[in-house]
Design a protein around this ligand. Structure first.
Ligand SMILES: Nc1ncnc2c1ncn2[C@@H]1O[C@H](COP(=O)(O)OP(=O)(O)O)[C@@H](O)[C@H]1O
Ligand SMILES: [Mg+2]
Length: 334
C-alpha cells in the first residue's frame, strides 16, 4: 500500500507521471480516422491576393465521401477555396491532396475527376441546352460521339431537363439554369463535384428540387457545396466547415458540433425594446421571429436571467455562436 493512498486513476499520490487525458486520445484517434477516410485533404492553405487581402488563412479540412457543406458569410473565402481545389488558382501556401495526390503539383489528377459549378456561371449563349452540353463535352474531351450523346442524355435526365433539351439556355428560368449547371458539371462522370452557392436566388420550389438533385448525387460521390444559406446545409450535409474571414471556426459532423452546445442555449420571448440592453448584457446568438414575437437565443453556461428556458441548439445557433464576435470568448471552450 502506498502511503497517502491513490487518486481516481489508481496513481499513488505524489507520484509524478503525466496522464494523457482520455479525451485527448479519443480526439487524436478521431482526427487520424478522419484523415484516413478523407477523399480531399486540405492542409494549412493560405491565399493572399495581390492587393494584400488574406482570403484564406491556414485552412485545414478533411473531406470524406458524401455531401460536405462549406458555410460562411460573403467574403469568407469560400469561392477562393473552391477555385484552388478546382486548380483554377494556385494558393500562396499549403497543400490540397485528392485521394492522396498533391493537386497543386499535379493538377491533371483532380481535373479528370472533377465537376465544377462556379458561382458565376457566365454567359448563356442562344443555343439549345443539348447543343451547349455537346460543346462542353467536346471541351472535356469526352468521345467518341455516341458516348458523348449517351452521357448528355443521362445528365439531362438526371437534372430533369430532357423535356426542354431543345430550348435555348438563355431562356431558362433560374432553377433550370442551375440544374443545367449541374448537368454540365456531371459530364465526364466526376468523383468530386464542387458547387459554389448554387441555390442563391432560387425560389422555394426550385430550391427543393435542387436539394433533391444534390442529395441523389451525394449518395455516390463527394459533393462540396458552398453556401451562405443555413437551410441548404441543414437539409443536405451531415458534415460542414464554417469559414469566417478566411479561417475555419468549426468543422466536423453537425450533430457532434451541436452537441457542444448542449445545456448552453437559452430561449426567451422578449419585447423588441429590451433587445439592445440584452445584447450588451449577454451573449445573444440568434433572434427569431414567430408570429410577430421576438425570440432570443442566448449562449450561457447558466441561466442568463429570469424567464429563460433551456433548449437544444440547432445549426442556426451553432452558426451564429461561431460567427458572432461577441460570442468568441464564450465559444472557445466548445
Ligand atoms: N480576384 C481577387 N482579387 C482580390 N481580392 C479578391 C479576389 N477575389 C476575392 N477577393 C477577396 O477575397 C476575400 C474572399 O472572397 P471570396 O473567396 O469570393 O469569398 P466568398 O466566396 O466566401 O464570398 C474577399 O475579401 C474578397 O473581396
Ligand atoms: Mg463566393
Amino acid at each position: 500500500m502506498v502511503p497517502g493512498g491513490s487518486d481516481v486513476y489508481g496513481r499513488a499520490r505524489g507520484t509524478k507521471w503525466t496522464v494523457v487525458p482520455a479525451m485527448t486520445i479519443v480526439e487524436t484517434m478521431h482526427r487520424h480516422q478522419a484523415a484516413r477516410d478523407a477523399v480531399l485533404q486540405i492542409a494549412n492553405l493560405t491565399h493572399v491576393y495581390s492587393g494584400g487581402v488574406r482570403a484564406l488563412d491556414d485552412v485545414s479540412l478533411s473531406i470524406p465521401h458524401g455531401m460536405y457543406g462549406l458555410l460562411g458569410p460573403n467574403g469568407a473565402g469560400k469561392s477562393t477555396l473552391m477555385r484552388i481545389i478546382a486548380t483554377l488558382q494556385r494558393p500562396s501556401a499549403g497543400q490540397v491532396l485528392f485521394e492522396g495526390s498533391d493537386v497543386v503539383k499535379q493538377p491533371g489528377i483532380i481535373r479528370e475527376a472533377l465537376g465544377y459549378l462556379p458561382q458565376e456561371f457566365g454567359v448563356y449563349p442562344k443555343i439549345s441546352a443539348e447543343a451547349l452540353l455537346d460543346h462542353i463535352a467536346v471541351l472535356k474531351r469526352i468521345g467518341p460521339a455516341p458516348r458523348r450523346r449517351e452521357q448528355i442524355r443521362a445528365v439531362l435526365e438526371k437534372t430533369n431537363l430532357s423535356d426542354v433539351r431543345s430550348r435555348e439556355v438563355s431562356r431558362f428560368s433560374g432553377g433550370m439554369r442551375q440544374r443545367f449547371g449541374i448537368a454540365q458539371a456531371l459530364l465526364g462522370d466526376p468523383h468530386l463535384l464542387i458547387v459554389d452557392e448554387p441555390t442563391a436566388g432560387l425560389d422555394p420550389a426550385e430550391r427543393a428540387r435542387f436539394h433533391d438533385l444534390l442529395a441523389e448525387i451525394g449518395e455516390n460521390i463527394v459533393v462540396l457545396l458552398s453556401t451562405h444559406i443555413l437551410d441548404d446545409v441543414a437539409k443536405l450535409c451531415p458534415r460542414l466547415a464554417i469559414l469566417v474571414g478566411g479561417r475555419v471556426v468549426a468543422q466536423g459532423e453537425i450533430s457532434a458540433l451541436a452537441a457542444g452546445l448542449h445545456g448552453r442555449i437559452w430561449r426567451k420571448s422578449v419585447a423588441r425594446a429590451e433587445l439592445n440592453e440584452m445584447r450588451s448584457a449577454m451573449c445573444v446568438v440568434s433572434l427569431r421571429y414567430q408570429e410577430g414575437r421576438t425570440i432570443v437565443h442566448v449562449l450561457s453556461d447558466t441561466s442568463p436571467a429570469e424567464g429563460f428556458e433551456l433548449i437544444e441548439g440547432d445549426l442556426q445557433d451553432l452558426y451564429f455562436a461561431m460567427t458572432s464576435e461577441r460570442a468568441d470568448a464564450a465559444i472557445s471552450s466548445l
